[in-house]
Each structure stands twice: as structure tokens, then as C-alpha cells.
Design a protein around this ligand. Structure first.
Ligand SMILES: Nc1nc2c(ncn2[C@@H]2O[C@H](COP(=O)(O)OP(=O)(O)OP(=O)(O)O)[C@@H](O)[C@H]2O)c(=O)[nH]1
Ligand SMILES: [Mg+2]
Length: 369
């Protein structure tokens, strides 16, 4: 029996085992085993497969656009960026990942138009798996839905989940510290959803013999396994509903209802028409805010403040991170910095490398000679 057969057999056993307190640990062990086998399969196929798409990550951040064939991904890419992606009125026009660069607020945001092969990709068919590996490395997933096919959203999300992409959530709040002896010991909150015995089964299945496990959230078996595996990608996501030009007010209500049905708050989705160029400003703004980027204007000695090409960082990053990104003498000979703007306690505040920057700060870095 090959790996795929083993995976199928484990999946069958999980499906056939009724879930209750007495089977919980057993199911936990099966799920842990399944996760390991799937990881093995993935490494196997990526080692043998033809090296991915050759799309290099560039720019300040990367957004992967996913959607069913013909929803308008290429049209949207062309409308938002300098790319020239093939647009056609038949399915599967885009067979490779097409990159384009969106310039917004001085940031270079790379958009990747991911082929319409995603359905069924979870099963590892065709190039679907490669496509999904491109999505995993992005900073934001942009779902492009047609106003007439909102239900595709569930399938897309499911495919991503099956490929270890966890959307709109953070890594489980737990730690595993290996110890030299003493077996497995679990410290958890009182409202933990599963038994300590189950936690131990899962860890044992993953090869842990001696370890202190601390769990700080009321997670279930699946999330516990996420916390043990290091191949999960945690990404934020955003929904754009395209072809808005083809619907009337009455149908808009139906679209909203359909969105609610798949768990999306209509107020959180962005209605657009890629073809007519409607709603694109709102979409850019949402992409910008969901990426949580900040602009830092550099005050260069003798040249003044550069408001045209800001240094783009992630929210929460510090002067030290800015120096890393700037490189050269900033990294090697940093002395101190002066900040004006939102993060400064007062104008021109002198700060060190630990200082956290904010959007639209003006920064002057003083280096040693
Ligand atoms: N009316 C209308 N048509 C659109 C809109 N966006 C895209 N289309 C049309 O929908 C068809 C498919 O558009 P594409 O951009 O090729 O779709 P795609 O998602 O890239 O498709 P694949 O590459 O096959 O996955 C084309 O005929 C587009 O002109 C829109 O906002 N309104
Ligand atoms: Mg396309």
C-alpha cells in the first residue's frame, strides 16, 4: 500500500469511528498520523515535481488571488496592476501564475493571479498542488468570487484548509518544550475541549517522548495538531465579489444573503466590477489595510524628507527592522534615530532600535562615522 492508500485508509477509519469521550484519544492519534502521512506525501511530490512556477516574491508584500475559472481574476489583475494577463471568455485561460505589481501609497504590492485549477487541487491532481504552494507563501489571500457563484467560496476555503492553509486565525497558543526525562506532561486551561490523554496520544504519535506541553487556549484536536505541525501557513483573507455591473439592486440582496450563508459578512466583502473599473479604490484600500503595512518617510541629510518612496514595513516593526531593510551603514553603524509623527512622543524624539514605528512616521537615522 502506497502513501496515498495509507492516507485513504486512515481517513476511512476516522470517518467510521463515532466521536465520543472514549474514542477521542484514538481519533486524536489517527488524525496526528494522518497529518504526518500527508506531510510525507507533500515532501515526496514537491521533491519530484517540476520546481513550481518560478514566480519570485518581490515587492513589499504578496497577495494571492484565488477563484474559480472565469470569475475575472485576470481582468482584475490587469485593472489593478501593470501586468498584462490574458483575458478570455472561456475557462482555464490562465495556466501559469501571472504576477503584477500594484503601486499603492508608495508600496509595491505583488498580486499573483492564480490559475483556475484550484478546485480539486486538494486531491493533488494536476498542477493544483503547485498552485496551492504559491498561495501558501503569500501575505494575504484575495478570494475573487463572481456575484453569481458565491457558493464557490466554501470549496475554495476547504481546498486551502486541506492544503494546510489556515485563514484568518493565528497559530495555536501553545508551546512544547522537550525535556530529557519524565515523559509527557500537560499544563492546560480548565476549559480545554479535549482530555489530557488525547493530547499525549497526539504528541506521542508525533514522536515526542519527554516534553512539557503548555496549552493556553481551549483548542480541539484539529487545532492541537496544527500546533504540533510546522507546515501550516496562517494567512489573512479578503473577499471581492466581481461582476457587480451585471446585477441590479434586487439581486444584490440575494448576493448578500448568499454571502451570509457561506459565513461572510456582506459589509466585509468588497463589491467590484473589474471590467468597468468599479469599486477598485475601495479594494486597494482594503488590501492595504489587511496587509497591515506602514509607510516610513526617510529624512535624508541634505535632501529632505522623501515622501515619494517611503520605506514600507509591517505594523509592529521597529527602527531595528528598518535598519535591517535599509542595510549597509544603517545596519552596521546605527547610532540613534529621530522620529517625527504618530509614533513620536514629541517631535524629533530621540529613539533607539527598539522603538516601534507607525504609519507615516518621518525617520532620520544617525550613523557613526
Ligand atoms: N460583466 C463583467 N464581465 C467581467 C468582469 N470581469 C471579468 N469579466 C469577463 O469574464 C470573463 C472571464 O474573465 P477572466 O478575467 O479571463 O477570468 P479568470 O478568472 O482570469 O479566468 P481563468 O483564467 O480561466 O481562471 C471575460 O469575458 C471577462 O471579460 C466584470 O466585472 N463584469
Ligand atoms: Mg485568468
Amino acid at each position: 500500500m502506497g502513501l496515498e492508500g495509507e492516507i485513504e485508509a486512515i481517513e476511512d477509519e476516522i470517518a467510521e469511528t463515532p466521536y465520543n469521550k472514549s474514542t477521542e484519544a484514538h481519533i486524536g492519534r489517527l488524525k496526528a498520523k494522518l497529518a504526518d502521512k500527508k506531510e510525507q506525501l507533500e515532501t515526496q511530490s514537491s521533491a519530484g515535481g517540476g520546481g513550481g512556477y518560478g514566480v519570485e516574491k518581490t515587492g513589499d508584500a504578496t497577495v494571492a488571488m484565488v477563484g474559480e475559472p472565469s470569475v475575472g481574476k485576470s481582468t482584475l489583475l490587469n485593472a489593478l496592476t501593470n501586468a498584462d494577463s490574458e483575458v478570455a471568455n472561456y475557462e482555464f485561460t490562465t495556466i501559469d501564475v501571472n504576477p503584477g505589481m500594484l503601486q499603492y501609497k508608495g508600496a509595491n504590492i505583488q498580486l499573483l493571479d492564480v490559475p483556475g485549477l484550484i478546485a480539486g487541487a486538494a486531491a493533488g491532481r494536476g498542477r493544483g498542488r503547485e498552485v496551492l504552494s504559491v498561495v501558501r507563501t503569500a501575505d494575504l489571500v484575495l478570494f475573487v468570487l463572481s456575484a453569481f457563484e458565491i457558493e464557490a467560496y466554501e470549496q475554495l476555503r476547504g481546498d486551502l484548509y486541506d492544503n494546510d492553509v489556515r485563514l484568518d486565525g493565528s497559530r495555536p497558543n501553545m508551546t512544547i518544550a522537550e525535556t530529557g526525562q519524565g515523559g509527557l506532561s500537560v499544563t492546560s486551561r480548565s476549559d480545554l475541549d479535549i482530555d489530557e490523554g488525547t493530547v499525549k496520544e497526539v504528541l506521542r504519535e508525533h514522536g515526542y517522548v519527554n516534553a512539557d506541553i503548555t496549552i493556553r487556549e481551549p483548542l480541539d484536536v484539529d487545532r492541537l495538531i496544527d500546533g504540533v505541525m510546522d507546515n501550516r501557513a496562517y494567512l489573512p483573507s479578503l473577499v471581492a465579489v466581481n461582476k457587480g455591473d451585471l446585477i441590479d439592486r434586487e439581486y444584490l440582496e440575494i448576493v448578500h444573503e448568499n454571502l451570509r450563508e457561506v459565513g461572510v459578512d456582506p459589509d466585509d466583502a468588497v463589491m467590484i466590477s473589474a471590467e468597468k473599473g468599479k469599486g477598485l479604490d475601495a479594494l486597494k484600500e482594503r488590501i492595504w489595510s489587511d496587509l497591515e503595512l506602514i509607510r516610513v518617510y526617510m529624512d535624508k541629510p541634505g535632501q529632505g524628507v522623501d515622501y515619494e518612496e517611503p520605506l514600507v514595513l509591517s505594523a509592529g516593526e521597529t527602527i531595528g527592522d528598518a535598519c535591517e531593510k535599509l542595510g549597509g551603514r544603517f545596519r552596521e553603524r546605527f547610532q540613534f534615530a529621530r522620529v517625527h509623527g504618530p509614533s513620536a512622543k514629541h517631535d524629533g524624539q530621540q529613539v533607539g532600535k527598539d522603538h516601534e514605528l507607525a504609519d507615516e512616521d518621518v525617520l532620520r537615522i544617525v550613523t557613526r562615522r
